[in-house]
Ligand binder design. Structure first.
Ligand SMILES: [Zn+2]
Length: 312
């Protein structure tokens, strides 16, 4: 298992240098004769950086025909409306459950504001609506043409209920958004991102199987980049999801704690494990790619629903 610095011919990516940090958010580029497809363009705050990076690769916005979204979370999709606004030639692929929120982001932004509060603008910037006639709605199971390739689309919920993944059979690269978690640098630690509101561990397991059924040679993660060894990668992701779930369930059932104390205990527990395995500095950067307080909130919400639905 090792990170690659290059992808197959015609495939590339940009480090969006989110908040000045390397290897937090990546935008994948598919380049072919009919034009360019971008997968997950990131938030508006990194749009000037994306534009500059494309320019240095000899790509202009005129060349970009498609934006492919794995899901609509702000770190993946925030810049989409700004990108398509004055560029009527660009179409946006998104899952049918995410599409209405790209066309009218009011509810999405209200829910994100509850999570990020006063940090919304500093982190993400504008989230402009995408005109409905530019949206190409996906269900999963289709094959789409983008960047001069045929890509298979799979519905891959678990991290988000509207998550899709894309597979390029010709290069055997699977673009998996957050379904394969977070993995940075040369490290092997695979960290699950589990923010509210729609973490679903059963769905996540099925999504992992679905991606593995493609038999990908390379997983391309938004956080961050291309990795070989899909089976081991998902195995480690699931092991961490199980370990986190055990911690969350233990904390939920501890009646002596307030919810704030439970969250603090979870974050402390995970940080300890991260520091031990990957060191202080990397642990902090992993936390920037997927905040642990939010991961507590997403998993606690999931397990509380589960435990009420099926007591014992
Ligand atoms: Zn993400």
């Amino acid at each position: 298992m090792a990170q690659m610095t290059t992808l197959a011919a015609g495939l590339d990516y940009v480090d969006l240098n989110f908040l000045g940090y390397p290897q937090i958010i990546a935008t994948a580029i598919i380049q072919g004769a009919p034009g360019i497809a971008l997968i997950d363009p990131g938030p508006s705050t990194t749009l000037p950086h994306l534009g500059g990076a494309l320019d240095r690769k000899g790509i202009t916005w005129k060349d970009v025909r498609h934006v492919l979204l794995t899901h609509i979370h702000l770190d993946h999709a925030g810049a989409t409306g700004s990108i398509v606004r004055d560029r009527p030639w660009i179409e946006v692929f998104v899952h049918e459950r995410g599409a209405p929120h790209m066309i009218d982001p009011t509810k999405l932004l209200a829910s994100a504001s509850r999570l990020y509060g006063a940090d919304m603008d500093r982190l993400w910037g504008d989230f402009l609506p995408v005109p409905a006639d530019r949206v190409r709605v996906l269900k999963g199971g289709e094959r789409i043409a983008a960047g001069g390739r045929e890509l298979d689309v799979a519905y891959t919920p678990g991290h988000a209920s509207h998550h899709v993944s894309y597979f390029d059979a010709s290069s055997r690269v699977a673009f998996v958004g957050d379904t394969a978690g977070i993995r940075r640098g040369a490290g092997t630690y695979v960290m699950p991102p589990t923010p509210p509101p729609d973490i679903d561990l059963e769905a996540w397991r099925l999504s992992a199987e679905c991606i593995l059924a493609w038999d990908p040679d390379t997983l391309f993660l938004t956080h961050f980049g291309p990795f070989h060894g899909a089976r081991l990668h998902f195995q480690e992701l699931m092991e961490h999801l199980d370990a986190w779930s055990a911690t969350v369930r233990r904390l939920i059932s501890d009646e002596t704690l307030t919810d704030e104390q439970r969250q603090d205990a979870f974050v402390e527990d995970v940080m300890l494990d991260l520091r031990r395995k990957i060191g202080e500095q990397e642990a902090e950067l992993y936390g920037r790619a997927g905040r642990l307080d939010y991961s507590w909130q997403g998993l606690a919400r999931y397990w509380r629903k589960r435990l009420t639905a099926k007591p014992g």
